[in-house]
Design a protein around this ligand. Structure first.
Ligand code: NAP
Length: 285
């Protein structure tokens, strides 16, 4: 079984961004800039935000963090986002979810401009994307496509099952694979006899958010398995995915591990998207 190494792919993509960042800097007089908005003091979210800032800076991009208190109102948040939409020095905006309960993520997804939406998940960005005219593509599924491409895994004409239909992963994943000429079936929590579908597939992308949901018996021999799931409480408290990875060796052709598979590609695609948005606004191509 080939272990699809998301860290290796991620390093390659990040290295390819450096000359683009340098070119942008040279032409525009500053590097591309990602700004991250976080509301409240959820510790894990603050760690994610800090990691994104560090990742930007390692590549020579700049990043700023707008941390609003738990008491921030929807009006204050919307006002900040509109200011950032209009700030010429900001290329990408990312709002860290989840938000405190009194705030609406739907409003955030309506207010952030698609020209600055580094995650590719606002309603307008998704509209362009599903209409086949993407400004940027949603990070996690785009990261999966990059892994497939890196390992020369052809999807055209293949039978693919995507498990999950969220706006963040499942739906855009199914759309990207359809655009790449795969024949795609989407399964979800109301699918009866999930295994019957996954066992027929050449490629299965699992994004159900259920630790250890699928194992060897759910895949056909020599299938490719991409595990998007991420759970902090696997065996012994270790990070694990939706797939029982340890069962797959000797049965499937290739699979992503957790950690070290899809996860590293999500943040890399965020950096790539920020770079792309910066280049588009500066009309560098
Ligand atoms: P989500 O919004 O909870 O969506 C889960 C989807 O899976 C839903 O469509 C749900 O069906 C379906 N589902 C749930 N249980 C199922 C079952 N037993 N059989 C078949 N389908 C089932 O989650 P998400 O945001 O898409 O994320 C999915 C997983 O990916 C999570 O573990 C999340 O932490 C992880 N994730 C990882 C990354 C990364 O960078 N690696 C990025 C994003 C998300 P219904 O629609 O019927 O409810």
């Amino acid at each position: 079984m080939v272990v699809l190494d998301g860290k290796e792919v991620s390093n390659k993509v990040r290295a390819s961004l450096i000359p683009r960042i340098e070119k942008f800097h040279e032409k525009v007089g500053r590097p591309p800039h990602l700004t991250v908005v976080i509301v409240g003091d959820d510790k894990a979210s603050h760690v994610y935000v800090r990691n994104k800032k560090i990742a930007c800076e390692k590549l020579g991009m700049t990043s700023s963090i707008h941390a609003l208190p738990d008491t921030a109102t929807q009006n204050e948040l919307n006002t900040l986002l509109r200011e950032l939409n209009n700030d010429a020095k900001v290329d990408g905006i990312l709002v860290q979810f989840p938000l405190p309960k009194h705030l609406s993520s739907d409003e955030v997804l309506s207010v952030v401009s698609p020209e600055k939406d580094a995650d590719g998940l606002t309603f307008k960005s998704l509209g362009y994307f599903f209409a086949g005219k993407p400004i940027v593509r949603p990070c996690t599924p785009e990261g999966v496509m990059t892994i497939l491409k890196h390992y020369n895994i052809e999807v055209e004409g293949k039978r693919v099952v995507v498990v999950g239909r969220s706006n963040i992963v499942g739906k855009p994943m199914a759309h990207m694979l359809t655009e790449a000429n795969a024949t795609v079936t989407i399964c979800h929590s109301k699918t009866k006899n999930l295994s019957q579908y996954t066992k027929e597939a050449d490629l299965v992308v699992v994004a159900a958010g259920k630790a250890g949901l699928l194992g060897k018996e759910d895949f056909k021999k020599d299938a490719v398995v991409i595990d998007v799931g991420m759970h902090g409480s696997g065996q012994g408290g270790k990070l694990c995915g939706d797939v029982r990875f340890e069962e797959l060796n000797g049965w499937v052709a290739a699979a992503t591990p957790v950690p070290g598979g899809v996860g590293p590609m999500t943040i890399t695609t965020l950096l790539q998207n920020t770079c792309l948005l910066a280049e588009k606004r500066a009309r560098l191509f």
